[in-house]
Design a protein around this ligand. Sequence first.
Ligand code: NAD
Length: 503
Amino acid sequence: MEPTTIVLFGATGDLAKRKIYPALYNLFLDRKLPSDFTLVGLGRREVPVDVFRANVERSLREFSRREGSNSAAVSQFVQSFYYQVLDVGHSEDYDRLLRFVKEREAGYGAVANRLFYLSVGPEFFGPIAENIKASGLGSDCGWKRLVIEKPFGYDLASARALNAKLSESFAEDEIYRIDHYLGKPMVQKLEVLQQNNPVLQALWTNRYIANVQITASETVGVEQRAAYYDQSGAIRDMFQNHMLQLLMMLTSQLPTNSSAEQVRFKKRKVMEALEPLHRQQVGTQIIRGQYAEGNLKGQPVAGYTEEPGIAATSMNDTYIAAKLQIDDYFWRGVPFYIRTGKRLQEKATRIVIEFKEPLQQSAKHPLVPKTPNLLIFDIGPDEGITLQLNARDPKDKGAIKPIHINFHEQTEDMPEAYESLIRDAIAGDPTFFAHWDEVELSWQWVQPILEAFAANEVPLHRYEAGTWGPAAADELLAADGFRWWQDEQQEQLAPAAAAAQLA
Ligand code: NAD
């Protein structure tokens, strides 16, 4: 691997400690970092390099998935870490940084590549990119790449303005927009599963699929992030990025061995085929919710508007459920139900594919109660694939009982999303990063929702903390003859209940 310098903006921040340093360390242990590797951490405060290295070591002990206390490996790893003071708005700090980076790179004996990692607030993305160009940090090197964290914009107009700003200093193929859901192993498996299994390829159409349900539920509330979250809500924090990315990854019909370009082309096609939502439809296709006080795992929890830093009058959405349709050959007529929210009953990210009932019921053939076939992808926190089939009930002759074929991956020693994403950014593989086209089309799709919410044109449903969200979200599916599939329902759905459902 070629010599590489990572310039990390926000090196004293929370994300660096919890995710970036542990990910780099695990790549180091797996020999997936270049041998000529330097990380220059940047922050506003003066920090001696030995203190910075000690802080990195501490974060490894606390957050690394393995061997954070292996002192020999850790000591060797942190030798590549340096620290520089930099305020994003001070151009002279970039000149000093360039001199320092060049000094480090002089020892490599080969031209070094530079990866600029922006783990700072989005208001800094534009000024940093501009200063990288103006100072010459982006010249006289091998490749240069810009890795940026979410959020990418606040709405369609601000996302476009941000992209235009970044484009003055970096080409699209040099910009790596992190959506960490794309780094999750099961999301990456979706691509491989579709490409390599004729069984799935054959079923992956509106001919066999009745509906698709994508859920990302959290049990936590707003926590310490009130200032950010109250402006963002579930729609910006989760839906516009992570949820729509999951939809794209699931529905792109990918040929075997597709290149990064093909994956991006197919994802863009999905977004282009997404039936646009007009502002007048927001009230019928989108459910907006906010958690009220309730009980979670036996503990009373406060409602959203009682949380510290949240105004009692806040109309912010902590829950979104949406119905979407993809108007293309494969998916026309299949409703996609997407929901995400805070203070829900369970922490889980899951995709449930409900298959159609292939057999016609008629008076001649007695009604045999069946549950639908379900294919379930558990994305997190546990990873797995479950297939629900109808089998004979051994205790009740003639009755049919759902059985489950399960695959569950041991997640303890699995690489974290940030490991594979940082590795891909260094290797120049953009497959699992958000391309600008996808980001722009996603903002375009949610823009009418943002406007309808801001104008208070749709009801805000209060839901009890610790439940599965507002009843209105159940009605969204019931109107089409469906229901949300949750874990406990799959297990407990008795034939009698299924019969009632069919009747
Ligand atoms: P943080 O507040 O803990 O850290 C921010 C960092 O930015 C600090 O190192 C600080 O020194 C630096 N900084 C602030 N102002 C600066 C300035 N003027 N000049 C130079 N440096 C400056 O934030 P975080 O949790 O580490 O998150 C960083 C970014 O990543 C944020 O934009 C956040 O939205 C995004 N993000 C965070 C997470 C997460 O899990 N923490 C997840 C996804 C995205």
